[in-house]
Design a protein around this ligand. Structure first.
Ligand code: NAD
Ligand code: GLY
Length: 364
């Protein structure tokens, strides 16, 4: 079973293919967009597990692969990592009219997309996401970036992929904690805009987390459909796209306060951030507290943290967290932007949040 979702962006429209076993067919799917030779960028972990299958699939389609393997991990999304990758891509002989393939999680997708966007003033690229987070979020929508010492994702550009191939079978090799972290972004979609999907997750999310292919295909395809719809309406995040940041203002603060370390993965920060956004909304009288309880219950059932106290180690202080949150990219005129909710499935963006209420939520 596979599904195809279109991202409607005029001349830059593209398809997202979702299903189990798609990597074997990747060569045929990429062939209309590729020449006879393509650079394939991946990280050392993914290379060991899935590179050979992609190279074989490309070969069957008459395309020879030029693998570029970079170190795994967030540190690769840096100026040094970008320079290294640009050099390797130029040495691969990729032409302006060619295609670059990104095979990996969000780190590989963000770095490769950025390199593709600036090399020779823009080369097309394809995303083959291999983590749940990348399949439901980072591979779709064209945001690309690297990190600097000032913060995460501060240097980048919008560069839409030509095609996205999400093979849910690749998730079988993902460490369970990474799978759960990606699942937090799936919960986010239900929480922000689709109460029925959230109810489906309450009933069937465990099947997806247990590796069931049709449940995984459903959650990835549904999440991509929701993201595609939002991106088609607001590619550059001047309005609705900000809804995708539900849980992210709190989440980024928590990630920064825990040093972007193993203590808290990005998706885990989003899980706690989503619960806090519901708690803040309830505190402001906007959302029923029963909905906060449902969100927290489901996150915990999925093995995800839902409260600051769920983070191992010393608890980050309120002022530290507020300080990090103030540096959020979404801050406007020094005011924090929050995505709040009027119940499950009804998110909205606001800058009108009393700081005392935020303090209470961070201290609770
Ligand atoms: P990641 O790319 O670091 O992957 C997580 C780990 O899983 C890595 O060690 C990787 O080697 C390993 N891995 C990947 N696929 C695997 C597989 N199939 N089997 C076994 N191991 C595998 O992290 P991520 O969570 O995918 O992405 C996080 C990044 O995405 C962050 O840099 C974040 O800023 C970015 N992001 C971007 C967007 C966007 O819109 N562009 C959205 C959300 C997040
Ligand atoms: N991950 C948020 C966005 O793509 O806008």
């Amino acid at each position: 079973m596979s599904e195809k979702i279109s991202v409607g962006l005029g001349a830059r429209s593209y398809d997202i293919h979702v299903g189990a076993g798609l990597l074997a067919n990747a060569g045929a799917l990429l062939a209309p967009h590729a020449g006879k030779r393509v650079p394939v960028v991946t990280d050392a972990n993914v290379a060991k597990l899935h590179l050979d299958a992609l190279v074989a699939s490309l070969k069957n389609a008459g395309i020879s692969a030029h693998p570029i393997v970079v170190p795994a991990g967030e540190a690769t999304k840096s100026f040094a990592g970008l320079e290294h990758l640009c050099t390797a891509l130029l040495q691969s002989g990729v032409e302006r009219g060619g295609l670059i393939v990104a095979l990996g999680g969000g780190v590989i997708g963000d770095l490769t997309g950025f390199a593709a966007g600036v090399l020779k003033r823009g080369i097309e690229f394809a995303q083959i996401p291999t983590t749940l987070l990348a399949q439901v979020d980072s591979s779709v929508g064209g945001k690309t970036a690297i990190n600097t010492s000032e913060g995460k994702n501060l240097v980048g550009l919008f560069h839409q992929p030509r095609i996205v191939i999400a093979d849910v079978g690749l998730l079988a090799t993902l460490p369970p904690r990474e799978l759960r972290a990606g699942y937090a972004e799936v919960v986010k979609y239900g929480a922000l805009g689709d109460a029925d999907f959230f109810a489906w997750l309450e009933a069937h999310g465990a099947e997806a987390l247990g590796g069931d292919s049709s449940a995984l295909t459903h959650i990835v395809a549904h999440s991509c459909r929701m993201k595609a719809d939002i991106v088609a309406r607001d590619e550059r995040e001047t309005g609705d796209r900000a809804l995708l940041n539900l849980g992210h203002t709190f989440g980024h603060g928590l990630e920064a306060a825990t040093g972007y370390s193993d203590r808290l993965l990005h998706g885990e920060g989003v899980a706690i951030g989503t619960a806090l956004a519901f708690r803040l909304s309830a505190r402001l009288g906007l959302s029923p507290s029963a909905d906060t309880d449902r969100i927290e219950r489901h996150l915990h059932a999925a093995g995800l943290p839902a409260a600051i106290s769920d983070i191992a180690g010393p608890r980050p202080g309120v002022d530290t967290l507020l300080g990090h949150m103030a540096h959020d990219k979404k801050a406007r005129d020094g005011k924090l932007t929050f995505v709040l909710v009027r119940g499950i499935g009804h998110a909205f963006v606001t800058t009108d949040v009393p700081v005392e209420a935020v303090r209470e939520i961070l201290a609770a």
